[in-house]
Write a protein of this length. Structure first.
Length: 89
């Protein structure tokens, strides 16, 4: 196994992780901005008021995105295990 192959495997793993995490991070960012705007408009500074809706948004996003995330992970795993003889040299 050459160093280029190792770098390619690590790059694929990091890119897969990036694309799997990006939608949930975007959901958290948008939910945080919306909740902050609501808190500013209503002058409510309760910690649970910002935490509970953000957790709900994450949960909804995770439930909706889980089939896509599992498909991406299965594609990555199949690609790695499908070329196992290439990495064993």
């Amino acid at each position: 196994m050459t160093p280029q192959v190792v770098v390619d495997i690590i790059r694929q793993a990091l890119m897969t992780t990036f694309w799997l995490g990006l939608p949930l991070l975007a959901i958290g960012f948008v939910a945080g901005i919306v909740i902050s705007l609501i808190q500013i408009a209503t002058s409510i500074q309760d910690a649970s008021f910002s935490t509970v809706p953000r957790l709900g948004a994450f949960l909804a996003g995770l439930v909706l995105l889980m089939p896509w995330m599992l498909a991406k992970l299965m594609d990555y795993t199949t690609a790695i295990l499908g070329n196992l003889e290439r990495y064993a040299r």
